[in-house]
Design a protein around this ligand. Structure first.
Ligand code: IDP
Ligand code: MG
Length: 139
């Protein structure tokens, strides 16, 4: 099933200069970039994006991190793109992530974990239009 998912290269990975390496991973992993932009989120935008986590103890820290510097938001397409991108990313905590995953290789800790990916079609349908309108998506 051809799917679309929202990916983010988070501020830690952009700052570390890992953007190119992460794009290489996802392209060689069978995903196609159909939308991409760099954006420095405000605190409010980060809070809106992560609103499902608003009652979690890490919410303020997470949204502070996500707005501390520019990130790269992208729409990825491909066969089973949602699960494929989650597999390429690895577990939320880089210490638990499998060998060869992006979070294992580029993440620093459970919060500063380099990348985001939608966790379901329902999430992708909310997350993609949070950052992109139809005119910004090719393919
Ligand atoms: P996911 O990104 O793997 O889907 P979620 O549970 O949806 O993980 O959490 C969203 C983001 O919140 C994570 O990617 C990570 O940056 C941060 N996060 C998750 N759990 C913790 C935690 O226990 N402490 C600090 N930050 C966390
Ligand atoms: Mg999640």
């Amino acid at each position: 099933m051809n799917q679309s998912t929202l990916g983010i290269v988070k501020p830690d990975a952009v700052k570390a200069g890992s953007l190119g390496a992460i794009l290489e991973r996802l392209e060689s992993g069978g995903l196609t970039v159909v939308g991409l932009k760099m954006i420095h989120l405000t605190g409010e935008m980060a809070q809106g994006f992560y609103r499902v986590h608003r009652n979690r103890p890490f919410f303020d820290s997470l949204t502070g991190f996500m707005s501390e510097g520019p990130c790269v938001v992208m729409v990825l397409q491909g066969e089973n793109a949602i699960e494929r991108w989650r597999d390429l990313m690895g577990a939320t905590d880089p210490a638990q992530a499998g060998e060869g995953t992006i979070r294992k290789d580029f993440g620093q800790n459970i919060e500063r974990n380099a990348v985001h990916g939608s966790d379901s079609p329902e999430s992708a349908n909310i997350e993609i239009p949070y950052f992109f309108n139809a005119l910004e998506l090719a393919g």
